[in-house]
Design a protein around this ligand. Sequence first.
Ligand code: UD1
Ligand code: CA
Length: 457
Amino acid sequence: MANIDTITCIILAAGKGTRMKSNIHKVMHEVGGLPLVGHVLNLCQNKLAAANVAVVADPNEQLTLDYINDNSDAEVSFQVEKLGTGHAVLMAKQQITAAAKQNPDGTIIILYADTPFVEVATLKHMAAQITAGDDIVVLGFEPQDPAQYGRLLTNNAGALLAIREYKDASDAERAVNLCNAGIMAFRAKHLNQLLAKIDNKNAAGEYYLTDCVEIAKSIGLKASVTICAEVETLGINDRVQLAEGEIIYQNKLREQAMRGGATLTDPSSVYLSANVVIGTDVTIEPNVIIKGYVTIESGANILAFSHIEGSKTNPITIAANANIGPYARLREGSHIGEGGKIGNFVETKKAIIHKGAKVNHLSYIGDAEVGEKANIGAGTITCNYDGFNKAKTIIGKGAFVGSNSSLVAPVTIADGAYVGSGSVITKDVASNALAVTRAKQVEIATWATRFRQKNNK
Ligand code: UD1
Ligand code: CA
């Protein structure tokens, strides 16, 4: 096994991605709620724990640069003109020099920011081959349809001789089914020297990184192939591949949740995202969407048709044995305490619902805190917004809010207080008091009979 301290990753992210037909840079398109480049950064930094991560980016893609800065420690270098993958890697020359100095026999892995599904075990395997004595290791795969991938040309003994780009390949070479996934590992000390020898005399007029293999062979270096499953190599170039990628990733997330001890009654109708954490014995019914930053603790039930979306700054937590839905909508900053209940057609936002509290039907609870075991009746609305500012509603422990009440914030209903149904509460209610604001009921005897007689004549 390679010493992972010596792995450096270089992620190529400068390509325009014109086939995406988008104002958003290709690598910022999301799969499972995480940008493509985020998946690859995560792979290199967190899963592989590479010693160094560098990204080659377009200096004009500000959102991509911001994302990389905010979400990683990667060093960024710029590629202005897009002259090919070999040229792109050359832009990280300084990082390559530093890595080679740090450990000449260490591994440098080149990855593409638009190829998000490579398994960490595959990268470790490639690095292990470098440690074992190879100088270049190329990730190969045998696709259903080899299409326009570069072909891996090997000798009878299976040693890698060259990578031939489709545009430059002969018919015999195009008949080869072993293709280049695009990911390559190098012994650190050789990479700069190989890059310096690449030219652009080919059908595309580009500097091909793939030419390194032939150059390496010509100076007596050793090249080999690691083969992986096709699903790991999917490159996202257009919206159709983006949708394929989403399916692949959703299946991974569903499987991860189930292997972790959650029950998904109809996995294919549950949509998860990269930062959703699901505990054991959580049950998720069909047609549920859980997006962004959400943590669901052990034993919670998420019933059908619920939509749960937390943000990075205001995540969602659902504590043990809470019941959510059916048809619940939890927005950012919703925290549902142990055994809490959020029922059908209830929307929560920045709401702390303490242990055992219930909001069972048809409510909006926003910018609010609901105390332990409080009961919020059907149709209760926290009126948190006056068109300019947001204000807070605080409901104490064991309080009982009758159905169809409006709580005009800022307002506090103290512990144990009751609010009569249909009230509009604008002033604080003291502990254990009853507040009712509706008009007194008036009854006029036989009014209905007389009314009918008058109109039926
Ligand atoms: C590349 C490989 C091909 C392989 C295929 C797998 C080369 C020459 N060819 O072809 O053998 O089968 O990937 O998908 O490497 N990029 C830059 N700057 C550039 C050019 C590219 O940053 O100047 C980045 C792109 O953003 C992309 C990656 O490099 O992430 C690959 O570039 P792309 O043009 O898509 O290469 P392919 O033609 O697909
Ligand atoms: Ca590509």
